[in-house]
Design a protein around this ligand. Structure first.
Ligand code: 5GP
Length: 196
């Protein structure tokens, strides 16, 4: 008889512009496991169309620092050199796990290391863009980033790709359907192994 499935932490990282958010939305719709998303907190300004509590919990620097002091973050870092903070709220993860869900975190490579220390059985997946040229095209295509921000994100992208080997899995997102399929397979296989 199969064991009752219990929750797992799933971490997705990859350069800004590698299409992680689109992938994440598709995965939540069609995951082979009960996958819920951890909504991160950030001090960066919302982009047009972003909704507080849905895309991120948008916090002031003061509020972020206050919650950090109170130990509310599972992990938090300044992701770009510009001073904006991003972090995973502990409650987002523990509430999902307690309900037997698989909790999806879309965080940077520093965050993944911190999460792996606390959840050693977390499933880590690094999303690669088809190429750096493709990444640059996507970042510029967004039209939400200043030229400096694009450069900063490309610099960060190279640094992130240099540590991709640390992840249990790597998926190239040059074709959305195929990338979603690969991640579905990873989740299915992980669940099978856990129940074996
Ligand atoms: P963006 O500003 O484009 O929404 O996100 C920039 C980067 O911040 C993303 O590529 C993602 O890796 C990272 N990020 C988002 N949320 C978190 C978080 O909670 N913790 C960490 N460490 N990084 C995050």
């Amino acid at each position: 008889m199969a064991k009752a499935s219990s929750g797992r932490v799933v971490v997705i990282s990859g350069p800004s512009g590698a299409g992680k958010s689109t992938l994440r939305r598709r995965l939540i719709e069609c995951a082979p496991v009960p996958l819920v998303r951890s909504v991160s907190a950030t001090t960066r300004q919302p982009r047009p169309g972003e909704v507080d509590g849905v895309d991120y919990h948008f916090l002031s620097q003061e509020e972020f620092a206050r919650r950090r002091r109170r130990g509310e973050f599972l992990e938090c870092f300044q992701v770009f050199d510009q001073g904006d903070w991003y972090g995973t709220l502990r409650d987002e993860v523990t509430a999902g796990l307690a309900a037997g869900k698989w909790v999806l975190l879309e965080i940077d490579v520093q965050g993944e290391q911190a999460v792996a220390r606390q959840y050693p059985d977390a499933i880590s997946i690094f999303i690669r863009p088809g190429s750096v040229e493709e990444l640059e095209r996507r970042l510029r295509g967004r039209n939400t980033e200043t030229e400096d921000a694009v450069h900063l994100r490309l610099k960060e992208a190279r640094a992130e790709m240099a540590v991709a080997d640390r992840y249990r899995h790597q998926v190239i997102n040059d074709d959305l359907d195929r990338a979603v399929g690969e991640i579905r397979d990873i989740l299915t296989q992980t669940e099978k192994n856990a129940n074996a």
